[in-house]
Design a protein around this ligand. Structure first.
Ligand SMILES: Cc1cc2nc3c(=O)[nH]c(=O)nc-3n(C[C@H](O)[C@H](O)[C@H](O)COP(=O)(O)OP(=O)(O)OC[C@H]3O[C@@H](n4cnc5c(N)ncnc54)[C@H](O)[C@@H]3O)c2cc1C
Length: 364
């Protein structure tokens, strides 16, 4: 495969990748297919066929009113939308308009299969191999999110189950479970939101590994800062980033309160095994089920970085300030502490600042 020289490759055009692309553009970088004398170049590669990052795939009932709060992309307000409209209807057109407005020249659908070193020279190029050609980059900004890596834990008997098993990544709407018995697995926001929703039309049974720690305190700015610092510390040490919930506990929301008042927010311990027609509880009791919904989260989509051999024995990559400690030509944004719309914005800006500062040093 031939590798086209480029200064920066951005992988992924969700919130994080578009933030990086915006800041590259602002700092004078130009799309690689439109070189200008003296200007450095970039290219944005995205595996999706259309703009919107993961938002285009989220379930229909994730409304603008029920998302956690969407921070606008840098320099461009989110259009006002009916809070009852689905985030997947509102946000992808917004992303499309953003790409057009700032001329970010995203290439899609382009899936990156591998990022590797061209040679052993520390200041050498990183090679980015995709299904639409290769690039030889000075820097790679990885912004591939988590949506394509739904996490399914393994439990004995899982393949024997005769009902339907699905992950929240494949969830469409509660209607398809009307009148069924649904076991919901997981202690995060998605689990509670879908438990509330599905319990209106089906019998639900909620299981979690640990007792959820509900917090009465508002998830205010100090709480957020503390949560982010916890995740930041994990990734600096090369631990898997984990979720923000694992650091903060669950904070009450109006829909969680409503579910509690209706008596559906009843948590049971995790089942011990799965059988043909239901789940076996640790005390031996059997719970019949037609559906098992795994609301068990996502993992970073970073398999394509494997050739760089950055994984620690604990399963993470050592990252500080959005940059791989063991491969400074690589930035990971929307990863760990920057896994939110506001965090993604900031991480995109910080990555570009670091690159610009370093290029200025080289030129001096
Ligand atoms: C259900 C759910 C609800 C959430 N709600 C909120 C919320 O309300 N507020 C908030 O701040 N955060 C929320 N988050 C966190 C959210 O994921 C981030 O805020 C943000 O949208 C993620 O942006 P991103 O750019 O990191 O990833 P994504 O939006 O996932 O974009 C990643 C892009 O990379 C592309 N890609 C992946 N692999 C490759 C590859 N190998 N080659 C090329 N392209 C690739 C994908 O196609 C995708 O377009 C939510 C997360 C989930 C799962």
């Amino acid at each position: 495969m031939e590798h086209t020289p480029v200064d920066v490759v951005v992988i992924g055009a969700g919130q994080a990748g578009l933030s990086a692309a915006y800041h590259l553009r602002r700092r004078g970088f130009v799309p690689v297919d439109r070189p200008e004398h003296g200007a450095e170049t970039f290219v944005v590669l995205d595996a999706n066929a259309a703009p919107g990052g993961a938002w285009q795939h989220r379930w229909a009932s994730l409304k603008m009113a029920t998302v956690n709060g969407i921070h606008e992309l840098p320099g461009y307000a989110v259009p006002s939308a009916d809070p009852r409209s689905a985030s997947r209807d509102v946000l992808p057109p917004y992303f499309r308009a953003y790409e057009d407005e700032f001329d970010l020249a995203v290439r899609r659908p382009v899936r990156v299969g591998a990022v590797r070193r061209a040679d052993d020279v520390p200041g050498g190029r990183l090679l980015v191999d995709s299904d639409a050609g290769g690039w030889a980059a000075r820097y790679v900004i990885n912004a591939t999110g988590t949506w394509t890596r739904p996490f399914w834990p393994h439990y004995p008997g899982q393949t024997r189950f005769r009902g339907r098993q699905l992950h929240v990544a494949d969830y469409v709407s509660a209607d398809e479970f009307a009148g069924r018995r649904v076991v919901i697995v997981g202690a995060g926001i998605s689990a509670v939101q879908l438990l509330d929703e599905i319990s209106h039309v089906a019998d639900t049974f909620w299981v979690t590994r640990r007792e959820p720690e509900w917090s009465d305190e508002a998830f205010d700015i100090p709480a957020r800062v503390a949560a982010i610092a916890g995740v930041e510390d994990r990734v600096r040490r090369g631990l898997p980033p984990g979720s923000v919930i694992s650091v903060t506990g669950m904070h009450w929301t109006p829909w969680a309160r409503a579910a509690q008042e209706r008596g559906v927010l009843v948590r049971h311990p995790m089942f011990a095994s799965i059988e043909e027609d239901g789940v076996r509880m640790p005390d031996g009791a059997f719970v019949e089920a037609d559906v098992i919904l795994w609301a068990t989260g996502f993992r970073p989509a970073i398999d394509h970085l494997a050739p760089l051999r950055l994984r620690t024995p604990e399963g993470g990559i050592r990252v500080a300030d959005g940059r791989a400690i063991d491969e400074p030509r690589l930035f990971l944004i929307g990863y760990g502490p920057s896994q939110s719309t506001v965090g993604a914005n900031r991480a995109g800006r910080a990555a570009v600042r670091a690159i610009v500062a370093e290029r200025a040093e080289v030129a001096a």
